[in-house]
Ligand binder design. Sequence first.
Ligand code: FES
Length: 77
Amino acid sequence: MKKVKITWPNNKNSNCFPGIGWLDAACEAKIEIPTGCLGGSCGACEIEVNGEVIRACIATVPDKKELKVEFFSDPYW
Ligand code: FES
């Protein structure tokens, strides 16, 4: 299986296998994604992956060659 190249908000790169959870991928890259419920309902862990907002606690790394991650900040918080 090919690894996915991930660029994190601090411009660090890491490589991980597709299909692992985003929180694990972040942990491996020593990036901390804020979390709350860990069940997909609070939105604390939202990140933007290639411009698409996902909830890191319930989403997995898709099988793409390269992904760019941004922290998603909700302007109403
Ligand atoms: S931690 Fe609550 S939605 Fe992910």
